[in-house]
Design a protein around this ligand. Structure first.
Ligand SMILES: *Cc1c(COP(=O)(O)O)cnc(C)c1O
Length: 458
């Protein structure tokens, strides 16, 4: 019997209980001590279930969640790394001197990024982007440079970048990637004029590739009077190795809930602190939130940094990079690798090399591979992003996984590729072992039925 197939009310059997309490107590004689006006006229309609029914029902429900604590979660661009439990213990402590924490994490992040100071108000990465762009706008305005209303964004950028720019009232200009997946400097040059507020970049970019022309790009943008914004949501591979400040970036955000180990997913809470270089410090006060951010998330991040310490923090980026390259090299004979260079913390495949298509039979697509992975107990990677490749599979193992886990994942990915080549229908029907197989991708997100009674025909 699957305890999650039914509501707790449906498990109810007349007269069954999960407790044994005395009918009356000697002092108050049952309900007599409760004033009549407060008594129910009718007994509440609670489910009548035994203790073991309740325990199994909710334990089974809790196990339907997939999280980093249950298994490997290689979701590209999202950095689903393990969150050490000491962070939780510290965040649960009853009291803290907030000032000292903000000062401490400000100087730790300044050391890690090469920025001067941070504001901790933004409550998400995208919120940080908006804050950073407002700082850029304020800076140009303060100089009477009012023409700068356009912002350059690479075609590989995370979707929040152009969205934040639009919310900030800036016009987005797209710069193309070259064949190696890096910003095309020749395409950038003609875009740079006195209407450009700046450029938003991610480095390593969303393909997991390091923008090695970054110094040249920084010089070109600065010479044209623009500023460089760094999307540091995926700072993981750089921590302790390279600093955005040293690459020439003027303003940036971090996702504490990704790179600095706060549990995330499902909409929050998050933290997207924004750091700036010297000359932008006067603009750090832009008003984006009435409060000083999500303190619990900031505290977890600070605990994480202090726990690792100056030496160990440097291992994050190296191990994240090693793990990603290990998986990439171990699978590139089964999955198409459009950009075959050394990657940073993540990389992108473009679907299967042999998808099993033959004699009019449809081959297995990236969606099918992702669904099949669920049968083997792995969370699927990010798929169909970035948009540069039609069958994108974006894998980010993070530094917290052992070689054994990576090997297991590689084995399963190879097994799935073999299945596809032999009989893609195995993949078309996947997942076969999960409580729900394939909900309609669109209506499940846009029109979710969250009430039990709507779900049945009555
Ligand atoms: C996750 C992510 C963001 C957005 O962060 P949110 O906290 O979800 O708003 C921005 N840029 C990149 C590259 C990301 O990976």
């Amino acid at each position: 019997m699957k305890y999650y197939d039914k509501l707790i009310f449906e498990l109810s059997k007349q007269g069954r209980t999960g407790y044994s309490l005395p009918q009356t107590c000697s002092k108050c004689k049952g309900t007599e001590a409760i004033p009549a006006g407060l008594l129910r006229s009718k007994a509440p309609e609670l489910p009548q279930v035994s203790e073991v029914d309740v325990v199994r029902h909710y334990t089974n429900l809790s196990q339907m969640n997939f999280g980093v604590d249950t298994g490997f979660y290689p979701l590209g661009s999202c950095t689903m790394k393990y969150n050490p439990k000491i962070n939780e213990e510290i965040a649960a402590m009853p009291a803290f001197g907030g000032d000292a924490i903000y000062k401490g994490i400000d100087s730790a992040l300044a050391a890690i990024t090469g920025m001067k100071h941070f504001t901790f108000k933004p409550c998400a990465g995208a919120h940080g982007e908006l804050t950073g762009l407002m700082i850029i706008r304020e800076y140009h305005m303060s100089r009477g440079d009012t023409k700068r209303t356009r912002i350059i964004v690479p075609d590989s950028a995370h979707g929040t970048n152009p969205a934040s720019a639009a919310v900030c009232g800036l016009d987005v200009v797209v710069v193309k990637s070259n064949v190696n997946g890096l910003v095309d400097v020749e395409d950038l040059k003609p875009l740079l004029d006195d209407t450009i507020a700046g450029i938003m970049m991610t480095n390593p970019n969303t393909l997991g590739l390091f923008e090695k022309d970054i110094r040249q790009i920084a010089d070109l943008v600065h010479a044209a009077g623009g500023l460089l914004y760094y999307d540091g949501a995926n700072m993981n591979p750089l921590i302790g190795t390279v600093r955005p400040g040293d690459m020439g970036f003027d303003v940036m955000h971090l996702n504490l809930h990704k790179s600095f180990s706060t549990p995330h997913g499902g909409g929050g809470p998050g933290s997207g602190p924004v750091g700036v270089c010297d000359k932008l410090v006067p603009f750090l006060g832009v008003n984006v939130s009435g409060f000083n951010g999500n303190f619990g998330v900031i505290l977890r991040a600070y605990a994480y940094i202090l726990m690792l310490g100056r030496q160990n923090v440097k291992l994050c980026g190296k191990l994240a990079t090693l793990g990603a390259n290990y998986i990439k090299e171990s699978l590139k004979d089964c999955y198409k690798l459009p950009i075959p260079t050394v990657c940073k913390h993540e990389f992108v495949f473009d679907g299967l090399i042999n998808d099993g298509a033959r004699d009019g039979k449809e081959g297995a697509a990236t969606l099918d591979v992702a669904k099949r992975l669920l049968d083997f107990g792995f969370h699927a990677p990010t798929i169909y992003f970035p948009l540069l490749f039609h069958q994108a599979i974006m894998i980010e193992p993070t530094e917290t996984e052992s070689k054994e886990t990576l090997d297991e994942f590689i084995d399963v990915m190879r097994k799935i590729a073999a299945e596809a080549a032999q009989d893609p229908d195995i993949l078309h029907g996947a997942p076969h072992n999960t409580p729900i197989s394939r909900p309609d991708e669109t209506t499940a997100a846009r029109n979710p039925i969250l009430k039990y009674w709507d779900a049945c025909a009555c």
